[in-house]
Design a protein around this ligand. Structure first.
Ligand code: PLP
Length: 385
């Protein structure tokens, strides 16, 4: 049979997990693939959630746009963290994760045949969503420092272009785009009448004195900035499926047509837990974010001892994205690493053409001992090849 989805890449991670199946039950197996941190949501918030289990409201839909109290707390959080001013009644929708926010935004603004300009490497689900909507993704390679090249983005914009997409802090590179570059992209969108869609899922996971700059903090461009975020990573809530999208009043009204069709609303239990964390447990979240900083230091130290890997240190996320000298097929390489070291790592090629020759190593779910063990095995692997 022919399917509309034939032109979309199959979800890449399940395929790799399938390849890793025979190693997973081994006590030596180490998983450096998943894009999650090791922590779970703060205990006090989980206990408070437990007390709501018998309340009927926990088991029912919320407003399509999400629980209003959560939107209000989120508006305060966005202002305090990134100077983002947003009206919680009209300019936010809670979504079933940032993926649903991105796909919903794409279905809201993109018509078939239109183009989205995307710096590459990129988070692969973004390009899958553009293609699902019948759009074209124009991949623009980033520089060797993983920063966006403004001139290349500008020259990729043509009369068919509807939006520019950025993901900062970035998965898979860990780069944080500078305020100058983000501002210049906002100006370009104003000039060319485009949307700037900004995935800020890792906005809190920023280290080493870097700061995340949200394009939505620009008060002169609210109608063309669509910014999205997630509670999956820093709040340790990936299984609860809660994220959000921020846009103009008009955009949110249009977006709700997609959300109502697809999920109606984000899962109510997840919204309740996110609300409790925003109100009571942000200090515990910060402790987890700080703990990840120590893991990053250890991983960057250990990876610098492997001559086959060229690693540009970036200041955000729990991903490390080294280039492997002489590698032209990162998928083959990760399968070989899996066979020899019993470790699953993601190939850079699934993050776009510019990701080829790289590996994406996630240290998020590991203990410090496991990070040491993983780099011992990687060192030994590259010494022997
Ligand atoms: C850049 C980026 N955006 C969105 C997501 C998905 O987030 P959520 O779990 O909120 O759908 C991820 C998950 O890895 C991601 O890396």
């Amino acid at each position: 049979m022919k399917y509309r989805t034939d032109r979309i890449m199959a979800p890449p991670i399940p395929k790799l997990i399938e390849a890793a199946k025979r190693y997973v039950s081994s006590p030596e197996f180490l998983n450096l693939g998943p894009g999650i941190p090791g922590h779970i949501p703060p205990t006090d918030s989980l206990k408070a959630f437990g007390n709501t289990l018998l309340h009927p409201a926990t088991h029912r839909y919320t407003f399509e746009q999400g629980n209003l109290e959560l939107r209000e707390e989120l508006a305060i959080y966005l202002r305090q963290n990134w100077n983002v001013q947003v009206d919680p009644e009209n300019e936010i929708s809670i979504t079933a994760g940032a993926n649903a926010a991105f796909a919903g935004a794409i279905f809201t603004v993109l018509s078939p045949g239109e183009k989205v300009v995307i710096p590459s490497p990129f988070y692969f689900n973004s390009v899958m969503a553009v293609r699902l909507a019948g759009g074209e993704a124009a991949e623009i390679p980033v520089g060797s420092d993983f920063q966006v090249c403004y001139d290349q983005i500008e020259s990729a914009v043509d009369k068919n272009t509807r939006a520019i997409f950025i993901n900062t802090p970035n998965n898979p590179t860990g780069a944080v785009y500078s305020r100058e570059i983000v501002d210049s992209l906002v100006d370009l969108c104003i000039d060319k009448d485009l949307f700037l869609i900004s995935d800020e899922t890792y906005g809190r996971l920023v280290y080493e004195g870097a700061t995340h700059y949200s394009p939505r903090s620009r008060s002169d461009a609210h109608e063309r900035i669509i910014s999205l975020g997630s509670f999956s990573k820093d709040f340790g809530m990936s299984g609860w499926r809660v994220g959000y999208v921020v846009g103009s009043d008009e955009f949110i009204q249009e977006f709700m047509k997609v959300q109502d069709t697809v999920t109606i609303c984000a899962p109510t239990p997840g919204q309740m837990l996110a609300l409790d964390i925003l109100k009571h447990s942000l200090d515990e979240i910060q402790e987890e974010i700080d703990r990840l900083s120590l893991l990053r230091d250890l991983a960057y130290l250990r990876i610098s001892e492997i001559p086959a890997l060229e690693t540009a240190r970036t200041p955000a996320t729990f991903y490390i994205f080294p280039r492997v000298n002489g590698c032209t097929d990162s998928r083959r390489l990760v399968l070989d690493i899996l066979r020899e070291t019993k470790m699953l790592i993601l190939p850079g090629s699934i993050f776009g053409e510019a990701g080829e020759s790289h590996l994406r190593i996630s240290i998020g779910p590991l203990t410090p001992e496991a990070v040491d063990e993983a780099f011992d095995r990687l060192s030994a692997y590259f010494r022997n090849h």
